[in-house]
Design a protein around this ligand. Structure first.
Ligand SMILES: [Ca+2]
Ligand SMILES: [Ca+2]
Length: 104
């Protein structure tokens, strides 16, 4: 018997990541990639805490330069993922630090 099992938290996270990417990527005619404008909007709306923590006003340009592997000034999903992974790792580090502090 085939039953659709409820999605796990990780599956849901992956799905929302994909949904968010495509939501912002399809603001212009090219729905497969994020232009700098679309990336900026995504970061402003979805990562406000991260953006506030940045002192650099050109942070979006820096991120774009960092992530754009083929230098076409657009981010496809593959190029976008390292941003999320990098931020997750940074968050995990903070999380671990807080945990340690809490135990003291
Ligand atoms: Ca686009
Ligand atoms: Ca690119």
């Amino acid at each position: 018997c085939l039953r659709v099992s409820p999605m796990t938290d990780l599956e849901k996270s992956m799905e929302s990541l994909i949904t968010i990417f495509h939501h912002y990527a399809s603001d212009d005619n090219d729905g497969k990639t994020l232009s700098k404008k679309e990336l900026k909007k995504l970061i402003e709306n979805e990562l406000p805490t991260f953006l506030k923590a940045q002192k650099n006003p050109n942070v979006v340009d820096c991120i774009m330069k960092d992530l754009d592997q083929n230098k076409d000034d657009k981010l496809d999903f593959e190029e976008f993922i390292p941003l999320v992974v990098g931020l997750s790792m940074a968050c995990e580090k903070c999380f671990t630090l807080h945990e340690k502090k809490g135990k003291k």
